[in-house]
Every structure is written in C-alpha cells, then in structure tokens.
Design a protein around this ligand. Sequence first.
Ligand SMILES: [Zn+2]
Length: 126
Amino acid sequence: MAQIKGKDTKPELLVRKYLYSKGFRYRLHDPKLPGKPDIVLRKYNTVIFVNGCFWHGHIRCKYFTLPKTRTDWWESKIKATQQRDNYNYSQLKKLGWDVIVVWECQLKTSSDERLRMIEQELKGKV
Ligand SMILES: [Zn+2]
C-alpha cells in the first residue's frame, strides 16, 4: 500500500475553513519550515499540524490500530513517522514557533470544541 500523503485532507480543510471564517490568515505547507506544517500563522508564531491518527500513530486512539498483517513492518514505519514528527516539532520550537497538533479523531468526535480551543489559543498570543 502506498502512503497517501495527506494534503488538503478533510480534517485539515475543516481547520482551515474555521480559522479563515474567524479572520485568521495563514500560509499552507510552508516548505521552508521543518516538517512542512499544514497551516502557518506567522502573526501568531504558530504552526498547526493536522495529523491522521493512523499514519502518525496516535497513541491510545481508537482510530489507531496496527494492521494484522505485516504488523512489525507497520509498527516500525509508524514509529519512524512519530520520531520524525517529534524531531520536527522540536526544531520548530527551537526556531521560536509554537506547535499545535490537531488529531483527526478530535475533529471527528468534538470538532467544534477542538476548533474553539485552537481559536482561543491563538487569540491568547497577541
Ligand atoms: Zn486519534
């Protein structure tokens, strides 16, 4: 199975639309930043990653279960992604960015609440 690199995935669009409707302006997938963050809010010194629970290995999440076949292979693949994510987050923090990680499952089960939290967090920065 080829990795589907989630650009313009639905959860990400949900966050973008919400922020846009609240007057936030941002850049998308800035290639100059570690990990090419999904949403870059320069004015707020904040980047947002919208992570798929499976590909990014969301711990203790019901949407993250390892496939029953080639389990070891999947496990190491997803571990590598988690390590890369954590590395990117720490690089971004070193560069002075705040990092917000939004999980796909949070947008499935309580999206309004999660979106309002992001808004509050951003507004607290200026
Ligand atoms: Zn999850």
